[in-house]
Design a protein around this ligand. Structure first.
Ligand code: NAG
Ligand code: NAG
Ligand code: NAG
Ligand code: NAG
Ligand code: NAG
Length: 639
């Protein structure tokens, strides 16, 4: 035990040391000029040369050297799909030849910009250019006549001051991470030199004693969490649980990534949710969590039923847990400690845990109703079908296909007043501003109709780029159907792990097959394009292509983790294993204590990615550490 525990402690200490070290390394030398206060709105900056730059912005000075022409400059982001142009600034003619008039504006540097310069009066195009500005750069756009035979107008971008490299802190953090992994591996190698066999046998022994498999949400003891209060010798005798560490490790990875992106992800756009279509790191984590919940539902339920618990009692337990999840979720999504008491009229109803609760309920009940005993391993028998994991659960598959038809039917055929039927777009200025209030099409309409505008999420991720003004909830009612489908694909992964127990090759073949099959569906649905596919990948809608893509990735991750963690034991899943074992506690804890020190502190420069990144990494590492300590103390939050 000592070797494993020592390694664990050393690792935890290293993690903390690394956090502190990276905090020190990344901390600013001095406070740069660009302050924390909000910059004035872009439109009012005409003629004013002094612009407060915020994070992910560059300064653009537009020089109008055209004689007698007033310019209107329009702006659009390259990532904003089919968006109408927004007025950036008007640059009037200075009135004096030879003296250009200059307007200063802040432009976004997250994605490429499209600038369109029109003659204000005649509304005719002067020029149009695409440019990717860099963070905190200083650029000039020179608009002038060039006299090379024909009288043409040239628009040239000149760099006055080079931008900073925004991604440098991410690279540094990544390198520190790699260095820690190498250091820990080396440390463990040193530890193992003396009494290698001794240590290994102890490590394996400690793995036996850990109660590794857990309930659906990551609590370690299935007997306590689902089977009711077990008395020794009662009618749910504890059985030795199947040891599937990869499931907990995967859950932990998804959870810690979720903590990191929820805390801000260094305010990088790729650690935030997509504006509308597309996939960022932040969009990965929730579906993975749902997927792994599905796998755990199957693993724990099978074991509980094998122990002869009554289905009715289990049903009651499932209902109660779902209810608790929904209640905790309602509590978490309605914080009011800073904003004053929340009115009952503004209570948000949907949310992450609410959706998990509903998904859990549907999938667990579905599996309970049609539960069949898992056939004994039949590697040598010819009588076993190679598709028994699928064929044995045809009623579940039928139900899931029915649900998916409902999603497709409602999404594409439900008439929404004032909007085109089957609309999947973000509304706002998207689709050239034709359907500003149609955000999310049928999904948004159903939520607004059934729950009301005030009871859903008010700041959808599309608000920034697409300027949507209506409320839209990414955890809405219609999307829940697809999260049930996602969880069911996770159940399928659980079935593969259990039906083909001890047949590593069979398991890996099936993971590969599912990964490819779901990947091909995604390719067909999206035409490998962000916006042009039949059904684009979309986190806000939880579109079916989002589910197939993310479950394809999930099967891929299991394909990697299962042999490494469970078969060969090359990696114990540390440190992700610990939060994976206590996921409800870490999830609720990170949400509730988000604004507490030391998960958040006052930054020297509020507009610096590196400070945000340091803070968010430290906070995520702290949750890993907390999970580790609680694991050692055998404290688990079970509901
Ligand atoms: C720019 O000029 C147009 C036309 O004169 C006017 O409608 C618009 O409000 C002006 N915009 C700004 C930002 O000054
Ligand atoms: C350009 O704008 C200025 C001030 O905004 C105005 O006085 C002038 O008449 C405009 N010139 C033309 C050619 O439209
Ligand atoms: C600019 O002028 C072009 C050509 O006249 C016109 O088609 C376009 O709509 C104008 N752009 C904006 C944003 O008004
Ligand atoms: C940007 O560059 C221009 C031209 O070199 C200079 O006049 C201006 O002061 C610079 N602005 C800032 C905020 O650095
Ligand atoms: C969209 O909603 C806003 C606010 O509810 C309203 O003012 C506007 O007229 C609506 N637009 C359309 C095109 O219906």
């Amino acid at each position: 035990m000592d070797g494993a525990r020592g390694a664990g402690r050393a690792l935890a200490a290293l993690l903390l040391a690394a956090s502190v070290l990276s905090a020190a390394l990344l901390a600013p030398g001095g406070s740069p000029e660009h302050g924390a206060e909000a910059a004035p709105p872009r439109a009012d900056l005409d003629k004013k040369r002094h612009v407060e730059l915020k994070m992910d912005q560059a300064l653009l000075l537009i020089h109008n050297e055209l004689h007698g022409t007033n310019l209107t400059v329009y702006w659009n982001s390259e990532r904003c799909y089919h968006c109408s142009f927004q007025v950036l600034v008007n640059v009037s003619w200075s009135g004096k030849p030879g003296k250009p008039s200059i307007a200063a504006v802040a432009v976004s540097t997250q994605h490429g910009s499209i600038l369109q310069l029109n003659d204000t009066v005649e509304e005719k195009e002067v020029c149009r250019l695409e440019y990717k500005f860099g963070e905190f750069g200083n650029y000039s756009l020179l608009v002038k006549h060039v006299h090379n035979g024909v009288n043409e107008i040239a628009c040239d971008v000149v760099v006055n001051k080079n931008p900073i490299d925004s991604n440098l802190p991410v690279c540094v953090a990544f390198l520190i991470g790699v260095a820690i992994i190498i250091a820990v591996s080396f440390l463990r190698f040193l530890l193992s030199l003396d009494d290698f066999h001794n240590w290994i046998s102890k490590a394996i022994n400690s793995r036996e004693t850990d109660r590794l498999i857990n309930s659906e949400l990551g609590s370690p003891s299935r007997a306590d969490s689902l089977g009711g209060d077990t008395q020794p010798g009662g009618w749910c005798p504890p059985a030795s649980p199947p040891r599937l560490r990869c499931v907990d490790t995967f859950r932990g990875i998804a959870l810690i990534l979720m903590v990191f992106v929820n805390y801000g992800g260094g305010k990088y756009w790729y650690f935030k949710h997509s504006s509308w279509n597309g996939l960022t790191v932040a969009d990965l984590v929730f579906p993975w969590f749902v997927f792994i919940m599905g796998s755990s539902i199957f693993l724990s339920m099978t074991s509980i039923l094998q122990r002869g618990c009554s289905k009715l009692k289990l049903m009651g337990k499932i209902g109660w847990r779902s209810f608790l999840l929904i209640c905790i979720g309602m509590f978490i999504v309605n914080p009011n400690y800073c904003l004053g008491p929340l009115s009952w009229d503004k209570v948000r109803i949907p949310g992450v845990l609410q959706r998990l609760g509903v998904t859990y309920f549907v999938v667990a009940v579905l599996e309970l109703i049609f539960a069949k005993p898992v056939p004994e391993s039949c590697a040598s028998e010819r009588s076993c079908f190679s598709l028994r994991d699928i064929i044995f659960s045809w009623p579940q598959w039928l139900f899931i296909l029915m649900l998916e038809s409902i999603w497709l039917g409602l999404t594409f055929f439900l008439p929404v007043p004032g909007c085109p039927t089957g609309y999947l777009g973000p509304g706002g200025i998207g689709d050239l501003g034709k359907y500003p209030n149609c955000t999310g099409g049928a999904a948004g309409y159903i939520d607004r109709l059934l729950l009301g505008d005030d009871h859903i999420y008010q700041h959808p991720s599309s608000a920034v780029l697409y300027h949507t003004e209506v409320a839209y909830d990414p955890e809405g009612i219609l999307g829940t159907i697809n999260s049930i489908v996602m969880a069911f694909l996770g159940v399928q992964a659980g079935k593969i792990l259990l039906y083909y127990k001890d047949q590593t090759k069979d398991i890996l073949i099936r993971f590969t097959a599912w990964c490819c099959f779901l990947g091909l569906i995604s390719i067909a649905l999206t035409k490998i394009s962000e916006n042009e596919g039949f059904i684009p990948i979309n986190k806000n809608l939880w579109s079916i292509s989002y589910v197939t893509t993310l479950s394809s990735f999930a099967f891929f991750i299991l394909l990697i983790l299962y042999p490494i963690v469970d078969v060969k034991g090359l990696w114990t899943g540390t440190p992700f294993f610990y939060p994976g074992m206590n996921s409800i506690l870490v999830y609720v804890g990170h949400e509730v204590f988000e604004n507490y020190f030391p998960f958040q502190w006052k930054l020297g420069d509020n507009q610096s990615h590196k400070e945000h990144l340091t803070q968010n990494i430290v906070a995520s590492a702290l949750w890993v550490l907390i999970a580790y300590i609680l694991y050692k103390k055998k404290v688990f939050w079970k509901i």
